[in-house]
Design a protein around this ligand. Structure first.
Ligand code: NAP
Ligand code: FE
Length: 361
């Protein structure tokens, strides 16, 4: 097990972690999206800490959902122009993943063609991650997922150098999420936890985190959707998301993620929703390979698999359109060749994937 990231998960996490913030450099490059850093309250609190610690900063607030490689290159250029020496990401997985890639691009003088070439990574600029969603767990993973705008292909890289040095998890920052962002990101966290069971890198060392995380989402996702201001429930969802990140940092993801990438790349289906619409089919597909662990999970949760499927259905996850068969034919090679396919519990063939995609709407 290896997770070289200092984690603060608490009320007022930023205040508690502030002693470490000044250890990474003198001028922070703050990577965020347009609105969430402000709406969540995280940016104002961070700027107050930076001023008190007498640290400089420059704000790069251009990250959109599903960041692309051009955005990363423009971030790397701006980092240099403003003479920054460490990075602080505030936001969901999109700003955090962009920040990791900017860090590696700057430190290794990468051009766009080499962004995924992990062999050329020698060093990294320190990254502090402050999540404002409870979903990706990117604050504790060695992955960055980026989109190639020209091919609309979403792909990622994993490198030990991409682990953030410090993760500051403050549940309060997630109170401002809309209903749909809360739902979709919560389902992403659930996917990561389930994939910790499906992956052929699964380890029983992780099961306490995985089982607790899934049970937590089962109980608290419906509650947080009904009561968005319930901070205790937001706290539980953030814990589950953290457990999901710690899980996939070790097990990676599987077909459950690969199959959703083209839905996001081509049709902008939110990442968590793309995982959610195939969740039942994937569990059906993998069940024979991991039945023992899944049954252990359901008995821990005191439910059955049927009950879990009913819970999932009640969330009404839908793309509201049917995929054209041309899309399925075109994008199948992308799914089959994605990195995560190496982690499936058994060999998945093109027919398995086609039948899942054809059932979607
Ligand atoms: P996101 O794309 O970062 O954000 C989605 C939306 O939510 C944005 O409009 C964002 O606004 C808004 N938002 C975020 N926090 C908010 C808050 N507290 N209040 C109000 N609005 C808020 O969503 P995400 O699901 O967290 O990240 C998805 C990305 O992460 C995908 O690219 C996915 O592939 C990747 N991912 C990475 C990993 C990993 O290990 N690295 C794992 C899974 C997924 P702004 O635009 O204003 O920020
Ligand atoms: Fe994910």
């Amino acid at each position: 097990m290896y997770n070289p990231c200092r984690i603060y998960f608490a009320d007022n996490a930023l205040q508690r972690a502030r002693g470490f913030v000044s250890g990474f450099g003198t001028k922070a490059f703050i990577v965020t999206g347009k609105g969430s850093a402000l709406r969540s309250g995280a940016l104002d609190e961070l700027l107050a800490v930076l001023r008190e610690e007498q640290l400089g900063y420059h704000i790069f607030n251009k990250v959109k959902e599903n960041p692309d490689m051009d955005l990363v290159m423009s971030g790397a250029a701006e980092f240099a122009v403003f003479d920054c020496n460490f990075i602080i990401a505030i936001g969901g997985g999109s700003p955090i993943d962009a920040a990791k890639a900017i860090s590696l691009a700057v430190a290794n003088k990468l051009d766009k063609a080499n962004l995924f070439n992990t062999q050329s990574f020698r060093t990294a600029v320190p990254v502090i991650a402050i999540p404002t969603t409870s979903g990706t767990g990117s604050e504790v993973t060695p992955y960055s997922v980026l989109t190639d705008q020209s091919s609309k292909k979403k792909a990622g890289f994993g490198s030990e150098l991409a682990f953030p040095k410090l993760a500051v998890l403050e549940p309060r920052y997630t109170l401002s999420m809309s209903r749909s962002v809360t739902l979709h990101t919560g389902i992403d966290a659930l996917s990561h936890l389930l994939e910790g069971i499906y992956s052929n890198k699964r380890s029983s060392l992780l099961y306490p985190l995985i089982f607790d995380g899934i049970k937590t989402i089962y109980e608290y996702l419906p509650l947080v959707l009904a009561e968005p201001d319930n901070l205790a429930a937001r706290n539980q969802m953030m814990k589950a998301s953290l457990y999901g990140g710690l899980t996939i940092a070790h097990t990676s993801t599987t077909l459950q993620h690969s199959i959703g990438y083209p839905l996001t790349g081509v049709y902008d289906v939110p990442h968590g929703l793309a995982n959610g619409v195939v969740m039942k089919s994937i569990m059906d597909l993998y069940y024979p390979a991991v039945a023992e662990v899944l049954e252990e999970l359901f008995s821990f949760m005191e439910i059955t698999r049927t009950k879990f499927y009913e819970w999932l259905e009640a969330l009404e996850l839908s793309m509201n359109f049917k995929l054209p068969s041309s899309f399925i034919e075109e994008r199948l090679p992308e799914v089959l060749s994605s990195r995560n396919m190496a982690n499936n519990p058994y060999d998945i063939d093109a027919e398995d994937i086609k039948s899942i995609l054809m059932g979607l709407e």
